[in-house]
Design a protein around this ligand. Structure first.
Ligand code: T4K
Length: 384
């Protein structure tokens, strides 16, 4: 049964529908901001627009210190260096490859721990079991904007003398019980990639709680140079430039409207799949405000009578290009699969979930009719 709706045979979209589409400001607004850049002749290195963006993000996110950076991956690398993490860091395999790659790139061995089946984020008990004398920290991921069990992980880390960094690539604007996600851990990374709700084409940020950490990130993102003659630490080039910041400032103006549009789409998906056996939209608890980054369907093949990969493939005939975020697991990639922690027996929940998830198209311009058509196609494929 297709609940609450007449059932015409689903038709294919006339143009490809991707998992997301970037918010774009009116081009004339962008060129207007660029005129100022041209007049100032200041393109990067902590320019005026970059500083403006940091102030506006601090206000919007309710975070004391926002350091904007070239992209989210660089933000993770800088956070790891800022807190001198080394040896082993415990992380989730159910994430985009950038998460373990950031560890690998600074010489840290990722240690994969399993996820919780409800939240899909790191299981605090699995983290505890993975601690060794070489462990220096935990890198949790707020996957799909679902915050990690921050209270448990922060408490565990404090008890065991570990640092905590959160990868909040999907969690722009998420709040936990009214508190900013930046209030937890030592630092929280955000990605401002074009595929994110809030973006600056490429970009990212670190939310920091202490002014001394902010000062260190300022150094690390600019080669570690304090002034023309003092190089105080081996930093890198992780700066955001003015063209990115201009995009960010204008996209920020549109974010609330986009959030509302996306919330309506998720409500449609949720309602349309509510009565369908084996199909369930991933939902956040009431205490968490949705970052509206992804709309993820979980397909239990036994109950639905169709598996996730079949739905993913057959949607293409309708011109619908969903994504299997995050499959395969990072622990299954050749570079990591021989690590002891990558053994499938260590990660049963993550393995099962990674074979059920399907990120559906989710962007305001899709429109409510578009969401209904996608639900029609999924239900048709599932024979429901
Ligand atoms: N940690 C986590 C948990 C992450 O998810 C990510 C990034 C990171 C860290 C690293 O942050 P960054 O260093 O990227 O700031 C995309 C994004 O490139 C990536 O940022 C994101 N996660 C990941 C989940 O999604 P792909 O390989 O799926 O991108 P791609 O090119 O296939 O794009 C997806 C769809 O978006 C396309 O089918 C069409 C649409 N699209 C894409 C772009 C770039 C557009 O419509 N316009 C565009 O300009 O990784």
């Amino acid at each position: 049964m297709n609940p609450g709706r007449a059932q015409p045979a689903p038709t294919a979209f006339s143009a490809p529908i991707h998992v997301t589409r970037p918010l774009l400001p009116p081009l004339s607004d962008y060129t207007e901001l660029l005129e100022g850049v041209w007049q100032r002749q200041w393109l990067t290195n902590n320019g005026e627009l970059t500083q403006q963006l940091e102030r506006r993000l601090e206000a919007y996110l309710g975070a004391p210190h926002v350091a904007v950076l070239g992209n989210g991956t660089l933000a993770l690398q800088l956070a790891l260096r800022c807190f001198d993490l080394a040896g082993e860091v415990i992380t989730t395999p159910f994430t985009f490859p950038a998460t373990p790659h950031a560890l690998d790139s600074v010489g840290i061995v990722p240690v994969f721990a399993d996820i919780d089946p409800q939240t899909l984020t790191l299981s605090p008990s699995a983290v505890e079991q993975a601690i060794t004398p070489r462990t220096s920290g935990v890198l949790g991921v707020h996957v799909y904007g679902m915050p990690c069990d921050v209270e448990a992980i922060d408490a565990l880390a404090a008890r065991r003398g570990l640092r905590v960094i959160y990868d909040g690539a999907h969690a722009f604007g998420a709040r936990i019980g009214g508190r900013s996600i930046g209030d937890f851990g030592d630092a929280t990374m955000l990605s401002f990639h074009a595929t994110k709700l809030f973006h600056s084409a490429e970009g990212g940020a670190l939310l920091l709680r202490r002014p001394e950490d902010r000062a260190r990130i300022d150094l690390l993102r600019n080669f570690g140079i304090r002034d023309e003659v003092s190089v105080v630490t081996p930093g890198v080039n992780a700066k955001m430039n003015e063209l990115q910041a201009a995009m960010g400032l204008l996209v920020l103006d549109q974010v609330e409207q986009e959030r509302a549009a996306r919330a309506r789409l998720k409500a449609i998906y949720t309602e349309r799949f509510a009565a369908a056996p084996g199909l369930r939209m991933f939902a956040l608890p009431d205490s968490v405000s949705d970052s509206n980054q992804y709309a993820v369907l979980l397909i239990d093949a036994d109950e639905a009578g169709v598996d996730r990969d079949t739905v993913y493939e057959r949607l293409k005939a309708f011109n619908i290009f969903s994504r299997r975020y995050f499959y395969p697991l990072c622990s299954e990639a050749p570079h990591y699969r021989d690590l002891p922690s990558a053994a499938p027996a260590n990660l049963p929940v993550a393995r099962r979930i990674s074979r059920q998830v399907l990120a559906l198209p989710y962007f305001g311009a899709l429109g409510e009719e578009g969401a209904h058509r996608i639900a029609d196609a999924v239900l048709h494929i599932a024979g429901q």
